[in-house]
Design a protein around this ligand. Structure first.
Ligand SMILES: C[S@@+](CC[C@H](N)C(=O)[O-])C[C@H]1O[C@@H](n2cnc3c(N)ncnc32)[C@H](O)[C@@H]1O
Length: 398
């Protein structure tokens, strides 16, 4: 599937990359991704103004110093750091000052413009692409409007949203993972790779959550007349509410699929949670693998759980710039769990959450995997879709 073929324009493009470009990455999607990036930068101006960062940063300060001055919760320096880094790289209002002690410091360079009119314009432009894109925008807006509330007054707020414990915001999160086309592509891409790579057996899905992964896998296999390849589907997540809701929906749509629905914490030994060693042929995750605290340990658990010849397939948001905050992280970084969980390593996990393609190659190698493939071809896609962020990471147990 990943072998290079001669592309239509004389360029060498593999079939998966070609499919992404021709079938998936529509011009609306390219526009929407750009509008969201811009929206994120505009929201950062609002935050800069709201927090009076122009004055606070009148001399070079670290993210920790800014956090303390604003009386935000302890780990909020991770969120503040991401905001300042992005402001320093995408605007003129903040500058990153290199320091001899190796600590990043930031200083203000003037006032930020009032972004209100531009934010309204970007909303109008996005809404012309379809209401479903507004799900992404609403999620980013949530981060901007709840920034202080979540980092000072109600620090558990975003963790409740992300684990299904905040019913009034359940729809916001469900739409941000399932309705938003920019997010939905992760499930579509992962399922497409599974259709081509998975010849049959037992599937374990980790961090399956609200069901973007399993829904697309079963739909895609059904369309390819390949549903019978699924001997058994074990769907897991740390949120029992998510597991139960997804079970209800999938059992209705696919009553004949042999399945099991369980709690699994990927930060603990799988075998101690009744997932037997060498019991799976495919371990799948959609934006789930990166939530692991110790990514190498989690991958070693996957390796031990796979049968010989088995594969991990992770459909993941990736970072092209290892420290650049993605627009949706304006909200995600309000979660204590999200911003603090990762055990960092300068070489292969410089920041929390998403990894770069090079990080993925390194950690999979460290966990004992072979034949790592990351698709689509990001350089080729980047020529027409500069803000593209979705990739499928595939690796094999020998
Ligand atoms: C970004 S969501 C992705 C959900 C789903 N795969 C999708 O794409 O719609 C990450 C998922 O990981 C789950 N999660 C968080 N921490 C976890 C852990 N320690 N073990 C297993 N799952 C976890 C969350 O409950 C959430 O459902």
């Amino acid at each position: 599937m990943f072998e290079a073929i001669k592309g239509l324009m004389g360029r060498r493009v593999d079939p998966f990359t070609e499919w992404c470009q021709q079938e998936l990455f529509t011009s609306d999607m390219v526009k929407a991704a750009e509008l969201l990036e811009k929206t994120c930068d505009l929201h950062l101006f609002s935050i800069y103004r709201m927090l009076d960062l122009e004055n606070i940063l009148n001399e070079p300060k670290t993210a920790r110093e800014v956090t303390n001055e604003l009386r935000l919760v302890d780990s909020a320096d991770v969120t503040v750091e991401a905001v300042l880094w992005r402001l320093a790289h995408n605007s003129d209002v903040v500058e990153l000052v290199e320091n001899a002690d190796g600590e990043d410091r930031y200083v203000s360079r003037g006032p930020a413009p009032d972004p209100s009119a531009d934010l309204a314009l970007k909303w109008a432009q996005l809404s012309t692409l379809g209401d479903e894109y507004l799900a992404a925008r609403k999620f980013v807006d949530f981060g901007a409007t709840h920034f202080v509330e979540a980092l000072r007054d109600d620090p558990d707020l975003m963790d409740r949203v992300l684990s299904g414990r905040e019913p009034r915001l359940a729809e916001l999160w469900d739409q941000a993972t399932n309705l938003d086309p920019l997010q939905d592509i992760h499930g579509k891409m992962g399922a497409r790779v599974i259709l081509h790579e998975f010849q049959g057996g037992d599937i374990l899905e980790i961090g399956g959550g609200t069901g973007n992964g399993i829904r697309h896998v079963l739909d895609t296999l059904a369309e390819g007349n390949a549903l019978d390849r699924v001997n058994h589907y074990l769907f897991t997540d740390i949120s029992t509410a998510f597991v139960l809701n997804t079970r209800r929906a999938i059992r209705k749509a696919y009553p004949d699929i042999k399945s099991d629905w369980r709690y699994l914490d990927i930060n603990k030994e799988f075998a101690s949670q009744k997932i037997e060693r060498e019991s799976a042929d495919l371990i799948y995750g959609v934006n789930a693998a990166h939530v692991a605290k110790d990514i190498v340990e989690m991958l070693k658990e996957c390796h031990a759980t796979l049968r010989s010849g088995g594969q991990v397939i992770f459909s993941e948001r990736i970072r092209l710039d290892s420290r650049m905050m993605a627009p949706r992280e304006l909200s995600l970084n309000l979660s204590i769990y999200h911003r603090t969980a990762a055990v960092r390593n300068a070489d292969y996990r410089p920041v929390h959450c998403y990894l770069t393609p090079a990080n993925w190659e390194r950690v999979l190698d460290m966990a004992g995997f072979n034949d790592v493939v990351i698709c689509p071809d990001l350089d080729t896609v980047g020529e027409t879709f500069p803000h593209q962020y979705a990739a499928v990471v595939v690796a094999k147990k020998a």
